[in-house]
Design a protein around this ligand. Structure first.
Ligand code: GLC
Length: 532
């Protein structure tokens, strides 16, 4: 029987933050050719889907998330031909490529915004969100930017404010305008025609805002004074400019286009409540998979992890993408304590994600248990604009490929961000590839195991196993995955039958039959196979 499953079902994703992945021209910034050269590495590691962060022409105020041309490649990264080569060679190696679409806002240097500011009567004005000042001349309402300060900037020549959920250099597009929707239909087709297999959609929950532009309510008990601007965002319930009911209509429209090309839509839907993700998928008629960012927030606590993951699957079935880390949040190893402990826990956590229905996504460097680079520069706009804020630079430091080459094999030049004072030979990919006991080998073994144990990819929904609160364990058909977040070894009673431990984060692939229960060391995880 022909395989009717979508190609992404059971796949493992890998996020490439292009600026920091692999430089090949010595300018200190990663590039398309760097990705191409590392494709065999990625295929061997066992990932199936590559998400490449924005590589389109951009003045770079938010490192590519401010796009000035949606149909080209920034010369910093290469050319359209370079991208074509990446896609073709990835396909030859059995991998798919997702581009990063940024539809919420463009760059202020995009010709649409230039036209909108130059000619307030012209057709492009309404591509963006313009409002008259409040009676006192200030911003039209109390909306604030993610990056600090008001979400409005006055355009003095025309006397109106434009809205920007992020930087003033990232004006929000007006998705109530049908013309904007038509533009993006064509942008989608442009990339699908070129062979791109789908998109990761940036801030996918925020494309529309209330048309009455009402103030957002303040959260109870929060004082705004004396705070760094970036935290003001958290003082409001963004009921009028995030997660608006009509947003999924846009993805239903894109879903029909994607279907013509058998392409995938993964959304950065940054709402933490599992219930609120359901309508973005709409039974497969809108996004194919939203990221479930609660995965990045769970602390190293069995109960909390069990609850977070359990809620995700109970409500969303097999549609979720599970990020281990991302370029916006700390590396998993950082989050779970840093150093060796953090790395060990990150691998145990990844083992759980690998067993869940849906798509686990690694972020570059996770395969060697990287924690954040210790750097004291400020490149990230969050850090630049907010005195005292921890920005995202630490998670974006370049990949340390090799200990023997200058620039850790990332660049022959000066890296755009330092590697961090906590990088040495042991935190390089090459060193870990030489050591069969390393995190890299364990991670690779886990990814390959997942391909062999069909129930980890396509099995029934997890049945959560009872046990001590430190333990997170579930069965999926012929597989059991169990992790111990506590400080002492814990036993987990197994479902009826005989079971064999086939993967242990302490030893990698193994073949150890057990009786009615399995013992898990603290900060470790195991995968078992039903053997009769
Ligand atoms: C998303 C991106 C982030 C970027 C923001 C604005 O959250 O992941 O890196 O700064 O959107 O585009």
């Amino acid at each position: 029987m022909a395989d009717r499953r979508p190609w992404w079902q059971g796949a493992v994703g890998y996020e490439i933050y292009i600026r920091s992945f692999q430089d090949t021209d010595g300018d200190g910034v990663g590039d398309m050719e760097g990705i191409r050269r590392r494709l065999p590495y990625l295929a061997d590691l066992g990932v199936n889907i590559l998400w490449i962060t924005p590589c389109f022409p951009s003045p770079g105020f938010d490192h590519g998330y401010d796009v000035s041309d949606y149909r080209d490649i920034d010369p910093l990264f290469g050319t359209l031909d370079d991208l074509d080569r990446v896609v073709a060679e990835a396909h030859d190696l059995g991998m798919k490529v997702l581009a990063d679409l940024v539809p919420n806002h463009s760059s202020h240097e995009h010709p649409w915004f230039r036209a909108a500011t130059a000619d307030p009567e012209g057709p492009y004005r309404d591509y963006y969100v313009w409002r008259d000042p409040a009676p006192d001349g200030g911003p039209p309402n109390n909306w604030v930017s993610h990056f600090g300060g008001p979400a409005w900037t006055l355009h003095e020549p025309t006397g109106q404010y434009y809205m920007h959920l992020f930087l003033p250099e990232q004006p929000d597009l007006n998705w109530h305008n049908e013309k904007v929707r038509e533009e993006f239909d064509e942008i989608l087709r442009f990339w699908f025609e070129r062979g791109i297999d789908g998109f990761r959609i940036d801030v996918a929950h925020s494309l529309l805002e209330d048309q009455e532009f009402r103030d957002n309510p303040k959260r109870e008990g929060d004082a705004l004074h004396g705070e760094i601007p970036g935290t003001q965002f958290d003082h409001f319930d963004h009921v009028h400019n995030l997660d608006q009911p009509e947003v999924p209509d846009i993805y239903r429209r894109w879903n029909r286009i994607a279907a013509e090309y058998d392409a995938m839509l993964v959304g950065e839907v940054y709402v933490l409540e599992a219930e609120r993700l359901v309508r973005y998928v709409d039974g497969g008629r809108a996004l194919h998979s939203p990221f479930y960012f609660a995965t990045l927030k769970a602390r190293w606590d069995g109960r909390e992890i069990r609850e977070t993951l359990g809620k995700g699957t109970a409500i969303n079935g097999d549609t979720l993408s599970w990020p281990l880390s991302s370029h916006d949040d700390p590396h998993a190893a950082e989050r779970f304590g840093g150093g060796e402990v953090g790395a060990r826990r990150a691998l145990a956590y990844l083992t759980l994600l690998m067993g869940l229905p849906g798509l686990p996504f690694l972020y570059q460097g996770d395969e060697i248990g990287l924690d954040n680079g210790r750097v004291d520069v400020k490149e990230d706009p969050i850090a630049v604009r907010n005195e005292g804020a921890v920005g995202r630079d630490g998670v974006r430091t370049p990949v340390p490929w090799s200990p023997d080459e200058p620039g850790f094999g990332f660049t022959t030049g000066e890296p755009w961000l330092p590697f961090g004072s906590n990088r040495d030979a042991s935190t390089t990919i090459a060193a870990q590839m030489d050591d069969p006991t390393s995190q890299w080998h364990r991670t690779r073994a886990l990814l390959h195991l997942r391909r062999e144990l069909d129930d980890l990819r396509f099995g029934p929904m997890p049945i959560w196993l009872e046990g001590h609160a430190d333990v997170v364990a579930f069965a999926r058909g012929d597989a059991v995955v169990a992790m111990n977040a506590g400080k002492v070894p814990r036993e987990v009673a197994l479902p009826a039958g005989s079971w064999t431990v086939v993967f242990d984060t302490r030893e990698g692939r193994t073949d150890r039959p057990v009786d009615t229960e399995v013992t898990i060391a603290p900060d470790h995880a195991v995968v078992l196979r039903h053997t009769g």
